[in-house]
Design a binder for this molecule. Sequence first.
Ligand code: FE2
Length: 431
Amino acid sequence: MELDLVVRNANLPNGQKGVDIGVADGRIAANGPNLDGQGATEIDATGMLVAPPFVDAHFHMDATLSLGRPRLNQSGTLLEGIALWGELKPIQTHDEIIERALRYCDLAVSQGVLAIRSHVDICDDSLLGVEALLDVKKKISDYIDLQLVAFPQDGFYRSPTAEQNLIRALDMGVDVVGGIPHFERTMADGAKSVRALCEIAEKRGLHVDMHCDESDDPMSRHIETLARETQRLGLQGRVAGSHLTSMHSMDNYYVSKLLPLIEEAGVAAIANPLINMVIQGRHDTYPKRRGMTRVPEMRQAGIAVAFGADCVMDPWYPLGQADMLEVAHMGLHVAQLTSRDEIDWCFGAVTETPARILGIEGYGLEVGCNADMVVLQASDTIEAIRIKAARLFVIRRGKVIASQPRQITKLSLDGRPDSIDAADYAPTEGA
Ligand code: FE2
């Protein structure tokens, strides 16, 4: 078999070791020990974890890297963030949004993030952000699968033109229907918006991903409506509820009834641990709620749960670096998912699970999948999260699109010497 690239002797996320991954024509052509790779480029991944790429299921690319413009968020609350974003929208330009988004995409690629679902605000009538991110989506398609969600930041009903703007955005090519029911003026308006948005998705054959119950209000009930509407309209497997932070504060009896409904409806959950930790619980004194949704309980209930980055250096979050291992690291701390099995599951929450939620085709390391993968300087998924492992090689459709030298400061559990020269890990042509 003619191969273009062989990644040798890899450890896989499922625990297999010593696996050669052979690539031809941008796809994984073979997978096993001792592949004959004559003439192919070789990457020696001995003892290294080779994983399919990271997937960020929840992001805001129209706002990223805008930190400080026009000013900083002083209170740290969601509401000041929304107000600040409202000040930035009228003064930013198409080119500025594109420049920031492309800079972020460069960073994401270097971190091995090759699929992103980004919400894009549709509440300004010019749809500047939509136009800009549709351009970005085209420009980066060789590197990143970018899905866009039509997001009515100021409220589908609360903002007078959001309804028509959302339809315009979908007509322009935005992929997914978004929402923000907890930001509508009343609980009834929120529920009505969930119904209307799900009907739009059903008519157009689209996915739904709503910011849902992103508050500390124990009585917020929009995820219940979202799950029920998913069942009513036959949208199972196409709907995600993002944030779901109110679930942290809900009554336990109510949650015991709610989780089976979400599972039966095939609705996925996307938690955003970095952001949830800094935004939620801001009205509390002590004890202060953590404000992340009930991840272990949803996992136990059989609900697909992914972790997203949400924000990097924008009106809501002053830090971040497109590092999904950092996101998983925070997620496992907040949710107290510290057994070996649970930490490994957290790795899946930034790779396979969001890939499934987003419906990314050809994702994985099996024969026939797209040859997209990341060679990590770690021996397994747990070590990768622990040390936020260096991405030695990021590979897209069989080509190395980013690489970095092996880090010498991060010690491995297995005591493997860290004295190997980075040059040993450079790909060798025609070996
Ligand atoms: Fe968000």
